[in-house]
Design a protein around this ligand. Structure first.
Ligand SMILES: Cc1cc2nc3c(=O)[nH]c(=O)nc-3n(C[C@H](O)[C@H](O)[C@H](O)COP(=O)(O)O)c2cc1C
Ligand code: SF4
Length: 556
């Protein structure tokens, strides 16, 4: 099959398959550099980059306008993003935003007259365990109060780097006996090199592990397909986009277990025959980049990356690329488009990335947690891994627990753990509902608290948002629908047009209650969106709203 590759279309020879190189892939990093240096990307900058990349300026403009972090108008020297995810809203982000507005004398989307500050409301920034959270420039700041907002502005004016209330890793709960325990550096990678490719593939397959990013595709099957694909170039991509509202466990893995994540990528690369790896990390986590580059440098020094790894003739290296504020880029084909320097628009599938991925070559995309889990599988064996969890969901799962609970944090639980047990662990009291799986997940009321986290019962990429007594459940539905309206890439009609209609229905139900006519219209639209949307974003966008209607509106 001819390679499908959007890179350097101009190089496609007549009648031949595209010759993919990574020239165009450098466009997004180039735009990010201009954005960082100047605070925005001007028409002249776009023209310059168009000339440099040999493409039309319209193409550059279309990429710039896709990503929330790339701006065509001037931003303040200190750009403040206030997260409006449900956990941050529960903890008072609206009041924090109002305090910033008052202190700065500007509204969201505006810049102060002296050009020092700009302000905006933002989708989840992955700091729900420190809600309410804000981003100032690249820095993540947690536990912000309206009083602290004034202090933060003062500190920015004084040029201080250390903002009060900054994210401090030690402050949150970490409960886990496997993935959150330190491992002996490189023991698994060395073992993988000893036992050989076929046995690694077999162990991962036998472990039954399913991807931890949400979709739950069996990792062993994915690796075997990529290993069998015929190509002299293959890639391993670690998906560290973590944009699902309520999820932050990958942030903890990246910032505290980076070497293990990279070791997992190296094992995947060895198994499928790849020499290049890329971690695609959400722009919100840009402040972790220097530390990640240090870890990579150390691994090269240790002989665990680079040429001839541990003297066994295996070459592999990793680079880290940043996203630019687009949730849909967590979807693996949108991620690949983004890596190639394009708008992060999901592709049609098939072909699947294992055959036709980055630059048209076979590519394995795995979640950060999946990469960590395989390090433990290779070390301890598939049977050991299967001893945790349930028949169809082997192993443990990291959960990001936030919202109305005493101890928000990252909890590792074996699959099969009930919602009730999770509430107990995190010190949640008087719980009205639990949103599992973020905006694309479902909302469970009390009657469902005995249900279990597993692929066969309540699947989740990791987000668990606790909603206490008195929380407005319809408001939660509004929050998610507005999130999806903002994040839809707009490529296909059911998603682009359906989400605003769902929001209108929300308004109607809020004002007039749920009539039979509205109910049947809602279910019919939701079904169309679930069936006809191109990617998981559109397909899952009605889920939370429907479950809220089912559990909290229809039945009482
Ligand atoms: C809208 C959307 C967003 C997604 N975001 C992420 C993400 O942030 N991280 C992630 O690992 N997977 C995400 N996924 C799932 C990926 O498409 C893909 O299934 C996953 O990265 C594969 O890795 P795994 O098999 O290890 O789970 C997302 C899917 C959709 C539809
Ligand atoms: S479903 Fe939505 S996000 Fe996905 S491709 Fe269609 S418009 Fe884009």
């Amino acid at each position: 099959m001819a390679k499908q590759c959007s890179v350097n279309r101009k190089d496609v020879p007549e009648g031949g398959s595209p010759m993919c190189d990574d020239t165009r892939a450098k466009l997004l990093p180039a735009l990010q550099k201009v954005q960082k240096e100047k605070g925005y990307i001007s028409n002249e900058d776009m023209q310059d980059l168009a000339d440099e990349f040999g493409i039309h300026p319209v193409e550059v403009h279309s990429v710039v306008t896709f990503y929330a972090f790339l701006k065509t108008g001037k931003q303040g020297k200190h750009h403040i993003r206030v997260s409006n995810c449900p956990s941050c809203e529960c903890a008072g982000s609206k009041e924090v935003f109002a305090a910033f507005q008052k202190e700065l004398g500007i509204s969201g989307g505006e810049v102060t007259p002296d050009g020092e500050f700009s302000l905006e409301l933002s989708s989840c920034i992955g700091m729900c365990d420190h809600a309410p959270a804000v981003m100032i420039g690249e820095r993540l700041v947690g536990n912000v109060t309206p009083e602290k907002a004034a202090l933060l502005i003062k500190e920015c004016k004084e040029g201080k780097g250390a903002y009060t209330g900054e994210y401090s890793p030690g402050a949150i709960e970490r409960k886990g006996d496997i993935l959150l325990k330190p491992v002996e550096p490189y023991a698994s990678l060395k073992k993988a090199l000893d036992i050989g490719r076929a046995e690694v593939l077999q162990e991962v397959r036998s472990s039954g592990i399913k991807g931890r990013g949400g979709a739950g595709f069996p990792t062993g099957v994915k690796w075997n397909l990529a290993a069998a694909a015929q190509s002299d170039r293959k890639y391993v991509v670690c998906n560290a986009d973590e944009g699902e509202p309520g999820t932050f466990k990958d942030r903890v893995l990246i910032s505290e277990y980076a070497r293990t994540v990279f070791e997992g990528m190296a094992i995947a690369a060895f198994a499928i025959g790849a020499r290049e790896g890329i971690m695609y990390m959400r722009g919100e986590y840009a402040s972790f980049l220097p530390a990640l580059l240090d870890v990579l440098a150390e691994m090269r020094k240790d002989g665990a990356l680079g040429k001839n790894i541990f003297g066994r003739g295996f070459d592999f290296d990793i680079e880290v690329r940043l996203g630019s504020g687009a949730y849909v880029c967590g979807e693996e084909t949108a991620l690949i488009e983004s890596l190639e320097g394009n708008r992060g628009e999901p592709r049609n599938r098939p072909p699947f990335p294992v055959n036709t991925g980055y630059l048209g070559d076979p590519t394995v995309v795995n979640n950060v947690e999946t990469c960590v889990a395989v390090v433990h599988i290779v070390k301890n064996g598939s049977e050991w891994f299967r001893s945790f969890g349930t028949e169809n969901s082997s192993g443990t799962k990291l959960l990001s627990v936030s919202g109305d609970c005493e101890k928000p944090g990252v909890y590792e639980v074996p699959f099969g753990t009930s919602i009730e047990e999770i509430l107990k662990m995190s010190g949640a009291k008087d719980t009205q509902a639990v949103q599992v799986g973020g905006a694309s997940g479902i909302c469970l009321g009390k009657k469902d608290f005995k249900r279990q986290i597993s692929f066969e019962d309540v699947p989740t990429g990791g987000a668990v948002i606790v909603l206490g007594k008195g929380r407005d459940m319809m408001d939660l539905g509004r929050n998610f629908l507005e999130f999806f309206r903002e994040e839809s890439c707009g490529q296909c009609t059911p998603c682009r047009e359906g989400i605003p209609v769902l929001l209108e229905m929300w308004e109607n139900i809020r004002n007039n209650g749920l009539t039979e006519k509205e109910r049947s219209k809602l279910y019919s639209l939701a079904e169309t969106m679930q069936l006809a949307s191109k990617c998981g974003l559109g397909q899952s966008s009605p889920n939370a709203f429907l479950s809220i209607i089912e559990s909290f509106i229809e039945k009482g």
